[in-house]
Design a protein around this ligand. Structure first.
Ligand SMILES: [Zn+2]
Length: 305
């Protein structure tokens, strides 16, 4: 059982923050910074977790409180689904467009564009990507009822094709997943990430006008939510401007990647982060070409004067 009193007794290390009766924010290890994440827990007749990448010790604490019936994954990324394995009897629910990448490692690789040499760092995710059954495929607008807690599925693609946010209409709590307000800014470093969709998704979340924004990697935000989301979105424009600055002179994709416009520095394994940088820079170039601000000639890119 997840009784409030019992949760309080175990608060030696802060894991739960009550957002509304029976709805808790779960604080992941390292404040939910990658390779961990934050999530939600619903204490209704059906016990629900939203994402599971909290870190082993926190998962053990959750297991102590009782059986989890349903795991909702906001998207297929390892830092959100890694703990699913500790709940073998729970159903797994995910958006229909991310379900294939959860069900098969082959699809995971196709979605991300990773290969053996670039695959997730085994020290971060022992055993690498794992596949899971998806018991229920979620679609936009669907309302999931768990006692007094309702979660409306908001399809917010871009980060991944089936990335979702979850909105609780009674309390105005929005769990925005990896629309996460991190100082890094929006991340679209998978082959099947989509920059234009990411921008539209952020605008949709602003339109929902949430009272509380709970994020996968930056905790809970209650003040200036629209401004915070707009600043986060502003990072995309800033990256565009920086790319255009370098494209005053023709540049190959490799030369642009070497500028580290998005990552500033490539941590180890550098090949992996260079790959993410290239994927993200290419998505900017695609948009800038479409907007008529950049052209490509002989494998070099150049901004229009
Ligand atoms: Zn993610």
């Amino acid at each position: 059982m997840y009784g409030v009193k019992k949760l309080g007794e175990k608060m030696s290390e802060r894991i739960f923050t009550e957002l509304q009766p029976n709805l808790y924010f779960v604080h992941g290890k390292l404040s939910g910074r990658f390779p961990y994440c934050n999530g939600l827990m619903i204490d209704s007749e059906v016990k629900v977790l939203v994402d599971t990448g909290y870190g082993r010790s926190r998962i053990e604490r959750i297991i102590e409180y009782g059986k989890v019936d349903v795991i909702i994954n906001t998207h297929y990324h390892m830092d959100h689904v890694f703990g699913n394995r500790y709940f073998p009897h729970a159903q797994i629910w995910a958006h229909t467009l991310d379900a294939p990448a959860l069900r098969s490692t082959e699809q995971f690789m196709a979605y991300t564009g990773l290969d053996e040499s670039l695959g997730p760092d085994p020290s971060l995710f022992p055993g690498g990507p794992v596949s899971f059954e998806v018991d229920k495929e979620l679609v936009n607008g669907e309302v999931l009822e768990f006692g007094s807690v309702s979660l409306q599925v908001i399809h917010a693609p871009g980060h991944t094709p089936g990335h979702i946010a979850l909105f609780e209409p009674h309390s105005g709590v929005l769990f925005s997943g990896d629309v996460d307000l991190s100082p890094f800014g929006p991340w679209y470093g998978n082959l099947r990430s989509d920059l234009e969709m990411f921008i539209e998704s952020i605008l949709r979340l602003i339109d929902l006008n949430p009272k509380v924004l709970a994020t996968s990697h930056s905790g809970i935000v209650t003040d200036n939510i629209p401004e915070r989301l707009r600043d986060y979105l502003g990072k995309v424009e800033l990256r565009d401007e920086q790319i255009l600055h370098y494209l005053r002179f023709p540049q190959t994709i490799e030369e642009l990647v070497n500028q580290k416009i998005i990552y500033h520095r490539f941590p180890e394994p550098q090949r992996l982060y260079r790959f993410f940088e290239e994927v993200m820079v290419r998505k900017h170039l695609q948009n800038l070409i479409k907007q008529g601000r950049v052209y490509e000639l002989n494998q070099k890119f150049k901004a229009f004067d």
